[in-house]
Design a protein. Structure first.
Lengths: 325, 97, 325, 325, 97, 97
């Protein structure tokens, strides 16, 4: 019956299009979705989940449950990158350890929405405030990463670092995706029912189709990087699969303790398990140029993302389901 | 026509600003940028088709007199050392209008 | 209660996204919507309002009311740039005066559709022929501008001018936006009910969402130019705010005299108040290269457009409402 | 009453937008739809017809009728390029003859969907398996073309050819459009009702509108090439119009013999009549660089495509209607 | 390899046509254009992200023999004077094939 | 600064891979590509606005030492002969960092 879930998940058009995208690269069909179309899709997805979450929030209101979940989200966002760093340090230099830890401490919006579609296909609800949780979880890992860096890296070029600190914090908190999520969430919240009526046709009715389109592209992008997995090495490949599972379990455990609802716990576990391949890499490129991008990008995009949306989701749900029944 | 020097730089789009800064500081009359160029170098492939802009190069060139050019090159060196990229200098004739 | 209108208008998602776009520039989030996505949105909007206007027209038919409104629209399109020119001449050289006068004599389609959304939120109708009116009002200002230029500019390089005259007229009448509006209007008109059924899902149901998306970008573009307002100077900043108000009042006055309906008068006032930042600048660049683009573009885009969609609309409506009740 | 059909067809927004696109070039309005927007539209259309066809197929199942139609499609795809080649050889060198023969042996997806919209406006059904037929018909012409080339061309640079053979076959069978059609068809088929529900809003409800948008662009692209028709010469212009008609008649004849349904026969005739301006030119450019692209592209895009969607569709339907009544 | 001259021009996309016209008139064998380049010069910033195409530069270059090149430059001068832009001349070796 | 040679090639995007292959084979340190450039030449107009990618040019350049450059040029000649395009060689100074 875990197997049923696997099928259940795989037979959604979005997942199938993701697989089709990967396959197209292996078959060398030259199928490509040129920029800025992927940019269009990601802007669309961010606005959609923002507005939708805000709308849901305007209906549910901000309850103590909401506060609990947001608190847990924050807690995970600060904790995950810390222990990830020390695990990574076993094999890597400080710079790469920091960059990868930050990558896994943050989240992937596409994984989140794919999980949402998966829950919907099982007719299970989750709170709109989970979008707020996601937004909260995007930036902390970057800040933690940079703090760690300043603690452990013997910073010779100290002052040049200093100068950019403020810059980097801004970059962390106001990177495009965090910002767009925040404003959409806010707009969805205050325009509530009235605004939703106007936005729903574009930003919700078409959502699944756009997701399928986007995942087709994600499949292509991910597969193009698969070649680099060799260079990544077994240790990091393992990290890219087992760290997410562990993070998800931790989230589920916390959800259980603070008795969070089933759907919310699942989404929280997905957030904990997902790794960032947009916001964090951009920030790391800027602030930790010494780290090798083809490590952290490849891991997040070509290992963890595909694993999560194909095997991860059913697995995490299976466990949530065992406990919440 | 007057003899001038052409400075060409290829650097990731993120740090392009640092190059234009140097240009402005040295009061060049203008520059031209081509965004999102693809490249391969020590830092690997910059395919410009990633979801993040951090893997795009930009190409920028400016034309100015020799002495200015040499000043600029000295100030560009540390930037290229830190972030990678290439910087080229060549001779051109500038059409006065 | 004028204040209520202000809120009423601001709480529409499109306006909020416009503000979000501006804010993102001030917060330096690097959020950007790369070309040709803005192009996609503007093509979409032009086709949408064209088809929709044509469809409405196919239902209402061409009545004497329609003729009156179109007549007034034409009249304004010819009159506004003339007095604008003389006002601008008080401070500017001929070339810039001509370019800015033409900019304010023409119209902004996005302002028009935002006004339409605003009216809809107040459940007030306006005729589909207003789109025809808008189309008619786009080009005359360009022609007037060039006539003025030839009258007042001591044209030394006379013959080179001559050669391009024909070219410029074509440019004025067949610029992309005018053309696209005309054909869409025509197609909407002749395919009527049947065509509308086929086009409605894309070109109307999604309209508000696309507008919000587009205004997010408009906000970014406008805010990027705000820096240049200093260079523009107090006189032109004042012109960019009070000229539109005056033009709107004039339109309302005419609408009152020729007893045009409430909704139509409001839309007419918005058209009179709006300034062109696409068609006219393109034409001016070509035909009046001596004029400084960062003046007329900045005024239309960074001063008049934001003013109109935030404060202008409620203000003009407030006055229309006082009279028509 | 053949004339009625002509009107009937022309009064569809998509066709009108195609005409508007062409007109805009003749009037030099500078209206353009920059890349990658056309790419977005073509990706969208391929996925849409793929999913829709697969969904229809999942309802109808794979009957003997289906097998018959697919068989006929294959037969045409292999036959057409062969006789086309020998006709073309009367006036052309081997390389250009091969390239043009392959172009006309293959199909045009946009012509197919336009024909589908036309049928719909006449309330006549056709099987979803026609999409499978189209997919099957895209590649064979390329392979035939290359076989002919190897038979007739005195291949000096033999071994360099050899090396690329495998490459070219892959290119023929796994070119982007064939691949995208196949996977979409497959996804539509296996996700059936459930998947359709999720994909329909984007990939079907908006279809006609997107088609209109795309045809506007097609009109622009086609018109830009019209200038090159002179260079093409009378013989090829004639070929570009009469060959499609002949191919359509052949398809109708076969449809009649194997008593295929009315709608399916019409679509089959359209496929036979249409020429490829995407997949095949790309393949020819790669494998027959000696051929002149401005011949085969111009013919497919500026002669045959416009002819088919304006006069061809009504004509072919008229004849099908005479026989099936 | 043969010695040739390379002419590079940066001008706003609107007036690019005037440049290609000059090239064609002088019967050059071909040219290459890069559209929508960003630039900064006397006429301010050409950010290429405006809604109107009037603020995009294009970069064009052609390679031809010296005498042709000089003829072309003379005919380009008035265009650049009127509409701004830059025009550069440099030496290249052309690979005959 | 060190003297280097700059090799520039314009070729249709489809056959760009053949050029990079030659570069890689000769172990150059990197290259820069500008995709979808427009061009006019013997093979007519490459407007880059077709539906098929087969009518787009790409511009690629690499910087290397003279001897490598000459080797590369020899290997590029047959490619350009078959698929058209242009190839230019010029002198540049490379900023060591
Ligand atoms: N030898 C070269 N010739 C041309 N471009 C180069 C060369 N080496 C590097 N580049 C460009 O400079 C960028 C950064 O180089 P690197 O810092 O070595 O990775 C690369 O992505 C290329 O676009
Ligand atoms: N010194 C320069 N170096 C490189 N490009 C320049 C230079 N000056 C101007 N340009 C380019 O030429 C365009 C027009 O220049 P201008 O007419 O001076 O505004 C600018 O937008 C730049 O793209
Ligand atoms: N003389 C030239 N100067 C600059 N670019 C050229 C020249 N000739 C050809 N090209 C470029 O090379 C491409 C292929 O040239 P061809 O093979 O002659 O069609 C053209 O599309 C142009 O982009
Ligand atoms: Na995470
Ligand atoms: Na106006
Ligand atoms: Na055919």
């Amino acid at each position: 019956m875990g197997f049923d879930l696997l099928i259940q998940n795989t037979l959604n058009p979005p997942i199938l299009f993701f697989i089709a995208g990967m396959l197209s690269v292996f078959l060398r069909t030259d199928l490509d979705i040129p920029q800025p179309l992927p940019k269009l899709f990601s802007l669309y997805l961010l606005i959609s989940i923002g507005i939708h979450g805000g709308y849901e929030l305007s209906k549910s209101g901000i309850t103590t449950d909401v506060i609990t979940v947001l608190g847990l989200a924050m807690f995970l966002a600060f904790l995950v990158p810390i222990y990830s760093f020390f695990i990574l340090r076993l094999k890597l230099d400080i710079y790469n350890a920091v960059a990868i830890a930050a990558t896994y401490g943050s989240i992937s919006a596409v994984t989140f929405v794919t999980a949402g579609a998966f829950l919907e296909s099982l007719n299970i609800k989750f709170g709109g405030y989970m979008v707020a949780a996601m937004t909260l979880m995007e930036s902390p890992a970057i800040i933690i990463g940079l703090i760690i860096l300043n603690l452990f890296a013997n910073n010779k070029n100290n002052n040049s670092e200093k100068t950019s600190w403020k810059e980097i914090l801004r970059e962390a908190v106001f990177n495009p995706s965090v910002y767009l999520l925040m404003v959409s969430l806010f707009i969805g919240y205050i325009t509530a029912e009235k605004g939703w009526k106007a936005m729903e046709p574009l930003f919700w009715t078409l959502f699944k189709g756009m997701l399928a389109f986007f995942l087709l592209d994600m499949g292509i992008i991910a597969a193009k990087r698969i070649g680099e997995i060799k260079k990544v090495g077994m240790f990091l490949v393992g990290f890219g699969i087992f760290m997410p599972i562990f993070n998800a379990m931790l989230a589920i455990f916390l959800g259980y303790i603070f008795n969070v609802q089933k759907g919310d716990t699942f989404m929280l576990s997905v957030l904990a398990a997902s790794a960032s391949y947009i916001a964090v890499p951009a920030a790391m490129r800027l602030s930790v140029p010494e780290a090798n991008p083809s490590l952290y990008i490849t891991m997040a995009l070509a290992i963890t993302f595909p694993f999560n949306i194909t095997f991860g989701l059913p697995l995490y749900y299976f466990i949530v389901n065992l406990i919440w029944g | 026509m007057e003899a001038r020097k052409k400075i060409e730089v290829v650097i990731d789009s993120y740090h392009l600003g640092k190059v234009t800064e140097v240009f402005e500081k040295n009061g060049i009359s203008g520059y031209t940028i081509i965004k999102d160029v693809i490249g391969k170098g020590e830092r690997g492939l910059m395919s410009a088709d990633e979801l993040t802009d951090a893997f795009k190069n930009s190409y920028i060139f400016t034309v100015c007199n020799e002495e200015k050019a040499l000043k600029i090159l000295e100030q560009l060196r540390p930037i290229l050392k830190k972030y990678g990229g290439v910087c080229l200098l060549s001779d051109v004739m500038w059409l006065i209008h």
